[in-house]
Design a protein around this ligand. Structure first.
Ligand code: ZN
Ligand code: ZN
Length: 364
């Protein structure tokens, strides 16, 4: 058996703890795993939700689920990537349930254990601190580290000339916003779209609505600098309060996860309009005007990761990037891996839309 490799990883010791860099060892890949030398990893809001223990991730553990890098070793059953390939990592799925069969792996029967619990398959490798197993395999990657063990289903091969530091967030935040517009809602030319919340997911929805040739693209956020950025990225109008939003809209996309906005959002929907729920919602019910939903043919749809299959959708997003329609450089700010706490703080304060950590300076 090959010797374990040393990896530098940002470990969170317990729920609510901080990210601190620590040396661990990483196993060789299991039969269906792919060991990736991580070059860049985006910081996503869900990383903070997991760090704070609101999802039952294992501690001590390694988070990070927007990883990008170069394949270094593959398991015996992996055929679609080889060492040296550039890859983006996305979420993990079983590949055999009905949702996976329909290319909707965001609704995989095993989405929760495979992405939040970091559940390992019988032959999967993981991370170790001496003899202690460290929580890994979050979103099938745990990419706040210089190496990650991903899986054949959640690595997507991309051309070697592409900038990993800009494309890493495609694997969660960007595909969530863009997939909601292009795949779940299938926004048509001339339609109207309102996006609630101008974070990475919301601004990706704005960029995608422009790609879809929506006639009205309205962004709502409390922060002026996000509204300004939204206008640069394609918003035709911006508003700070939902009460003042002019209606009606064919599509409203809520990325805020604030339940209090939802009854108001429903009122702003056109007949046959759709409200997409994309945010991280607390587990409480919200009041619903069922009569207005029924009589006007309105719809409400929940969306996980955009409702897309990363193997099919990430190459489409990369084409849009190459065509200049996804100016990711306007929302990404890079940080050295050692500055992870600063990157997280800038994300939480809203100062930076999409922090991306660069691991290269930290390779041991
Ligand atoms: Zn599945
Ligand atoms: Zn995410």
């Amino acid at each position: 058996m090959a010797e374990a490799l040393i990896v530098e990883a940002a470990v969170v010791e317990q729920a609510g703890g901080r990210f601190h860099l620590s040396r661990l060892s990483i196993d060789p890949p299991g039969p269906t795993q792919v060991r990736v030398r991580v070059k860049a990893c985006g910081v996503c809001h869900t990383d903070m939700v997991m760090r704070d223990g609101a999802l039952p991730v294992p501690f001590p553990g390694v988070l990070g689920h927007e990883g990008a890098g170069v394949v270094e070793a593959v398991g015996a059953q992996v055929t679609h990537v080889v060492p040296g390939d550039s890859v983006l990592m996305s979420f993990h799925s079983c590949g055999v349930c009905a949702a996976c069969h329909d290319h909707q792996p965001g609704y995989c029967d095993e989405f929760f254990p495979r992405n939040f619990l970091g559940q390992l398959g019988r032959d999967d490798g993981g991370l170790w601190r001496k003899d202690q197993r460290i929580g890994s395999n979050i979103f099938g990657q745990s990419a706040f580290a210089t190496y990650a063990l991903a899986h054949s289903d959640n690595v997507v091969k991309i051309d070697a000339d592409l900038p990993l530091e800009l494309l890493a967030p495609l694997g969660c935040g960007i595909q969530t916003g863009a997939g909601t517009v292009l795949e779940t809602l299938k926004v048509q030319p001339g339609q109207s779209v309102a996006v609630l919340g101008g974070g990475a997911v919301g601004l990706s929805a704005v960029m995608a609505a422009r790609i879809a040739k929506a006639a009205r693209i309205v962004l709502l956020d409390r922060h002026c600098h996000r509204l300004e950025l939204g206008r640069e990225l394609g918003a035709t109008e911006t508003w700070e309060a939902i009460e003042s939003l002019p209606d009606p809209f064919d599509h409203i996309i809520d990325t805020t996860g604030v339940p209090a906005l939802l009854p108001l959002a429903l009122e702003k929907l056109a007949p046959r309009g759709t409200l997409a729920l994309v945010g991280a919602y607390p587990p409480h019910p919200f009041p619903l005007d069922a009569a207005s939903v029924m009589s006007m043919g309105r719809r409400i749809v929940g969306v996980v990761e955009g409702g897309i299959d990363p193997q099919r959708f990430l190459p489409i997003l990369i084409e849009h990037y190459r065509a200049g329609n996804l100016p990711l450089e306007k929302i990404v700010r890079t940080y050295p891996f050692s500055a992870i706490e600063q990157a997280v703080a800038d994300s939480e304060s809203g100062a930076v839309i999409k922090p991306v950590l660069l691991m290269d300076a930290q390779i041991l």
